[in-house]
Design a protein around this ligand. Sequence first.
Ligand SMILES: Nc1ncnc2c1ncn2[C@@H]1O[C@H](COP(=O)(O)OP(=O)(O)OP(=O)(O)O)[C@@H](O)[C@H]1O
Length: 246
Amino acid sequence: MEVIRLDQVCLWRRTQEEFSYDLKKTILSIVEGKYRQPAKKLVLDHVDLVVDKGEKIGIIGANGSGKSTLLKIISGILQPTTGTVRVKGQVAPLIELGAGFDPEISVMDNILLYGVLLGFSRSEMKERARSILEFAELEDYALVPVKGLSSGMVARLGFAIATDMQPDILILDEVLSVGDESFKNKCKQRMDSFWDGDTTVLVVSHDLGFIKSSCDHAVWIEKGKLNLMDKADKTVECYLSNLKPI
Ligand SMILES: Nc1ncnc2c1ncn2[C@@H]1O[C@H](COP(=O)(O)OP(=O)(O)OP(=O)(O)O)[C@@H](O)[C@H]1O
């Protein structure tokens, strides 16, 4: 059964230099007749993708090729400029863990807030809060504002919330390096349980050995285009044989 379908998805984004947006400078450049339209870049270029239930898909490609952007489009964090995205089931995006936390409010309130953003009710999240705090090893920090946690603790909290449920679709962006060694082992065990089950998994990784051994299929993204989708070992082989010798 098909759970993800992307048809001709394109995404244009402003280039990074436009982030130094400064109103005074812009007005001045208009007055001086030097104003230029913000440059835009085609970050995803007519991407078609179909994923079936339970498939484990690896996503590979060079830095800046569009892998994380593709995951964000599937998670609904970004909307395509053109084309359609259809996703069936509950998605747990483990992307930029903890980026959505409010640093001023407590760990407990953030658990409730984050859970609601992931589609759970407040009362459901209250029931889950204990096991989340326990997994993140933050039982003593429930009432502490998130700004009082270390960055590793924040990532642990993000991971614990996003994986506390059994999502239909799990989206991973190189997050297995969260926390210290003992926490990494716990993450790996939790990941294994998703891997063995019905959960559909999409994972971005530069670890090609991991992609070959753990994924059914792999997608190779190059300059925003889906270059190849095939069995994981075949895709990795084609990707490697296309790399320019140093
Ligand atoms: N917030 C943003 N605004 C504008 N452009 C962005 C933004 N984030 C990423 N980009 C651009 O989109 C393109 C694809 O970025 P993306 O992060 O998807 O690449 P990636 O394949 O995941 O790279 P990496 O392997 O380095 O993580 C890059 O050219 C990048 O500069």
